[in-house]
Design a binder for this molecule. Sequence first.
Ligand code: HEC
Ligand code: HEC
Length: 353
Amino acid sequence: MENQKDPIIEALQRAVRRLLRLVVILSVLVVLIPILLLNLSTINNFFGSFGENDLRPQIVDTIAIINTETRETSMFWSPPSLNLITDDKLLDEVIYGKELIMHTAYYLGPKGTVAQQSNGLNCQNCHLNAGTKVFGNNYGSVASTYPKLRARSGKMESIEKRVNDCFERSLNGKALATNSPEMKAIVAYLKYIGRNVKKGEKAVGSGLKDITLLSRAADPEKGKIVYENQCASCHQTNGEGTKDEYGREFIYPALWGNESFNDAAGLYRISNMAKYVKYNMPFGISHENPTLSDEDSWDVAAYVVSMPRPHKNTPKDWPDKSKKPMDHPFGPYTDKFSEKQHKYGPFQELAKK
Ligand code: HEC
Ligand code: HEC
């Protein structure tokens, strides 16, 4: 009698056991999944702090790609996700291109692991979020508008030529060979992220956002005060920035001095500097929440461009002198205004041309 279990009770017990097992499995999942997700950033940090000495672990940025590609579901351009690339060869190339944009100095700077041919800046220092930030000097329009005729050279310029312009000026370095793996990767990245923009059209929010002109000349003296209060904490009192512990890459890039961009760079033009700063600095702000007034932006830009930096001779620039932008600070000009006014303004009359 004892061994003879009631089949109904037995079935009931089985059902209860099954239910219990299910509850255990479910609760383990409910607890584990969020912990795993939360820990992705910790894992990421772990990889980030490991092996920096010799090789940049690619995995760091691949994870970062997934984490930081938050969609801007707005009117503004945003790049297609790299996760959509199905061709492995292309994916590798595009990821390497993105790496080179984010960590240029690691590969090509004074202590570069591939070559030493540029200063310590990264492309990303000026083309924020790997060249995808709205009005952060982004690359949204590169694939759609190049090759294009540029007044500075008076020539049709390919993407490669334009990239090398920034290597020679903004990175105060040497041009990359057009067929080098690095140039191919950078171009593959620029083409990929810009592929959702129609040929000939400009991406909304690409490049820099316009800023109103002052009725007076921008004033380096006033700008110095803005600089000391709002910029020096990161970029340092003498504009030299700070480097990582290996001296390979900047944490806060140099704004002037030997290690910064040269005077033929786009950012040396005060209007570009003022626009870049107003909508991107102090680091962390965006075009939606700028903290500097237009006046402070122009003045601090004036202070930065008044400081010493490398010089580059560019005798072939602006073959048609009448096409020089209002704030190109080097004559000769086809108008009557001085180099000083072209450098600092006031620009009202100059802009009317
Ligand atoms: C010191 C700042 C700075 C750095 C560093 C820099 N650039 Fe630029 N770049 C600019 C500015 C400013 C412009 C826009 C200039 C203008 O329109 O006059 C620009 C323009 C460009 C353009 C053309 C964009 C367009 O829509 O026409 C490309 C492409 C480009 N840069 C690529 C690069 C690459 C690649 C690197 C790294 C090798 C780099 N830049 C590094 C400041 C910089
Ligand atoms: C909280 C730190 C911080 C502050 C404050 C700050 N910046 Fe920056 N700045 C950065 C970082 C970081 C970058 C590079 C961004 C990147 O690589 O993603 C940068 C890049 C720049 C660049 C382009 C790179 C270069 O070397 O020229 C300029 C110009 C610049 N800042 C100007 C300013 C000015 C002017 C101010 C003050 C109004 C300012 N910044 C305040 C952190 C800061």
